[in-house]
Design a protein around this ligand. Structure first.
Ligand SMILES: [Zn+2]
Length: 87
């Protein structure tokens, strides 16, 4: 089991770009018993970011539904503007 690792060039399955898979990375992957990466670094980062934002998704957006919504059109919705803080 003394095969010397050398840098490889792999092709990303997402964007088709070739990216380096260095000997150091290869030994890391082998140590972790992982198969060769299929995506370039950019796509992997993008995927992770996507997953992170998906995890955030279930949270409701900045809409406060909790308050009284009976103000109707008489009251301005933006009340924060008038309460400027001065430091
Ligand atoms: Zn890619």
């Amino acid at each position: 089991m003394d095969n010397i690792l050398s840098d490889k060039t792999l092709t990303c399955i997402d964007c088709g770009a070739s990216f380096p898979f260095t000997a150091g990375e290869q030994s890391f992957y082998i140590g972790k018993k992982l198969s060769d990466p299929k995506r370039c670094k950019g796509c992997r980062t993008k995927k992770r970011a996507l997953r992170d934002s998906a995890a955030i998704m279930p949270m409701p957006p900045e809409e406060d539904m909790g308050g009284g919504r009976d103000y109707g059109d008489n009251r301005p919705r933006i009340r924060y503007e008038t309460k400027k803080k001065r430091w």
